[in-house]
Design a protein around this ligand. Sequence first.
Ligand SMILES: [Zn+2]
Ligand SMILES: [Zn+2]
Length: 379
Amino acid sequence: MVICILILIRWCLITLNGVANKMQVIRHNEDVLRTALISKDRKLAKLFEQGTLGEKRLLSEAFRLNSDLFKPVIIHSDSDWIPSHSEPTQDFQQFYEDPCRCTPSSKRSIIYVQPIGSFGDSKVSTEDYIGWLKDYCESFYYGLRVRILEPVPVKDTECVFRVNACTQNLQIHAGRLLSYLKKKKPSDAFCIVGITMIDLYPRESWNFVFGLASLTEGVGVFSFARYDSHFYSENYRGKLDKGKSVIRGNYSVFNGYYTPPITGMILQRSCKTLTHEIGHIFGLHHCRWLQCVMQGSNHLEESDRRPLDLCPICLRKLQSAVGFNIAERYKALLHWIDEGNIETNQEICDGAVRCSQKPVEEFQEHRSWLLKCLALLQT
Ligand SMILES: [Zn+2]
Ligand SMILES: [Zn+2]
């Protein structure tokens, strides 16, 4: 008898804020997850066997029923990513054998990040925030260097911009930013990603876009503007006066333009987005196997539900592309959080250029998770 139910879907009803929602748990069976991780290809299975005992133990959590570390994907509503996108899954073998994916080489190994426009409400917070993002990416893509390019004002990009008719905030044309970044991409870059606190739009008829990327050219641009919890409020400070039009090519409108202050929530959301999007540039597709930072997300609430790190299947993909030791990578991520847990000594900082405290309160659950993974790797 052939058992053809590879994906076992269980339905249940939950009540969220008084509204009944259908919650769907996507639970792949053990064999499916084992094959997605290890593969039936002899060479790839042998490669898996060559990993350390600890790494094999951790990665195998992918197919351990009721794993405390890696959980099945839960769909909360029809507006989530999976019900609205019929993308195919990508297992380790498909990733490994994909001839189109980009892999860092000794000559092209650096991830460049180009800040565009101002960040936060002061120069100090801009420098700190960008430094925190850089260090986070360097831990996440452990073994690769991340370099921050000198922040550029919007006018340097010569891109087109507009005022959004619904939300009344300034928006930059994402495609033009990609062209600007393509020209700026250094010869030793694995990729270059632009980040901005100003909202983006891809074309006139679209309301907005969180980001845009050209994967074959290793270029992407992402906005964190809508990660501010006040973005949709009536009195959002980034709204321009109703009826105010902007003059094409006159970038003075960006001088002193409001960008939200950096909070723990914005830091966590931007770390998640940046690593997810750079993951695509490595050739990782959206993950449908387990809860994972590479899951697609249709809206902010769904994005917030995603964990900060990769499931074992995506972790093996990234490890094969970058070549890191998994324990060393987790230790680096833990160190990044713990740097923020140490109280900043105000007396030492007074008068110094950088003295703001990294807001890591949103990373504490992730810290506990990293400790559990490390314990499993090292037993
Ligand atoms: Zn994505
Ligand atoms: Zn995954």
